[in-house]
Ligand binder design. Structure first.
Ligand SMILES: C[S@@+](CC[C@H](N)C(=O)[O-])C[C@H]1O[C@@H](n2cnc3c(N)ncnc32)[C@H](O)[C@@H]1O
Length: 245
């Protein structure tokens, strides 16, 4: 129970290391690893903060401390590597950082929006009339997450969320969906409705497996038109593609 109660420290420290690209920097060194003073030079951050955070994770088998204050990647920390390093924190460069699917985007999203929202869960449930969701307590009193994402300055968050979701879909084996129920046993006049189905990738996979069914992908305008552009949502074999409910 103590581990569960303090799980947020792991999320927070992981969020920090992906935000400042520690695994990428460590990946450029040999098996001897890199001293926190060098990491401090690369990142412009306090070496004592870096050392304590990396040691916290290394004691959980994420990163390896080769000698005091010298760290290198191990199998777990290697999954946090990205293909690109940000040059600065400008919105354009941050958006560019999240332009392709990556696990580090998922970690960063979890440590940012998800963790900040989850802190409000208890207060939200105890005072349900005050807000529609914990998200509204944390970020924006009236807008939904999707409306808030569209607000000026949040473009990079949208890019990060998209990058995280794509990585998540790529990492889930097709069998998870294909074996979830016996799709073949459904009749040909039946409908499969994917609510919040994004660009339609899951529905397309299912269509290829069970083309006798009718498919409806329901999502916001922006997702439906993106799905149509990349050819995931094709009117020829998807009966309908609706926007939001
Ligand atoms: C967590 S994502 C899931 C995406 C998709 N199922 C996948 O696996 O890639 C949630 C989705 O819900 C969509 N969404 C948000 N509000 C919606 C609404 N009112 N009606 C339909 N979809 C909505 C978002 O645009 C987003 O694509």
């Amino acid at each position: 129970m103590k581990e569960c109660s303090t799980a947020m420290y792991t999320t927070a420290t992981l969020g920090f290391v992906v935000d400042v690209d520690i695994s990428n920097f460590l990946d450029r060194t040999g098996p001897e690893g890199l001293h926190v003073n060098s990491l401090a030079e690369y990142t412009g951050l306090d070496p004592s903060h870096l050392g304590r955070i990396l040691r916290f994770l290394a004691t959980r088998h994420i990163f390896k401390e080769c000698s005091p204050n010298v760290f290198k990647n191990n199998r777990l920390s290697s999954v946090l590597r990205d293909s690109k390093l940000p040059v600065s924190n400008s919105e354009t460069q941050r958006t560019d950082k999240y332009s392709s699917p990556s696990f580090s985007s998922f970690v960063s999203f979890c440590a940012d929006e998800s963790m900040k929202v989850s802190c409000h869960l208890s207060d939200f449930i105890k005072n349900p009339k005050e807000h529609v969701s914990p998200f509204n307590r944390a970020f924006s009193p009236c807008a939904t997450t999707w409306e808030w994402f569209k607000q000026p300055g949040n473009g990079w968050r949208v890019a990060r969320f998209g990058s995280a979701m794509e990585n998540l879909s790529d990492s889930i084996p097709a069998e998870t969906l294909l074996n979830a129920i016996d799709w073949k046993s459904l009749e040909s006049d039946e409908f499969v409705v994917d609510v919040g189905g994004g660009v339609g990738s899951a529905a397309l996979m299912l269509y290829k497996h069970s083309p006798h069914l009718n498919y409806v992908v329901q999502d916001l305008d922006v997702q439906i038109s993106a799905g149509t552009k990349v050819g995931f949502i094709l009117p020829s074999y998807f009966l309908m593609a609706f926007k939001a409910l």
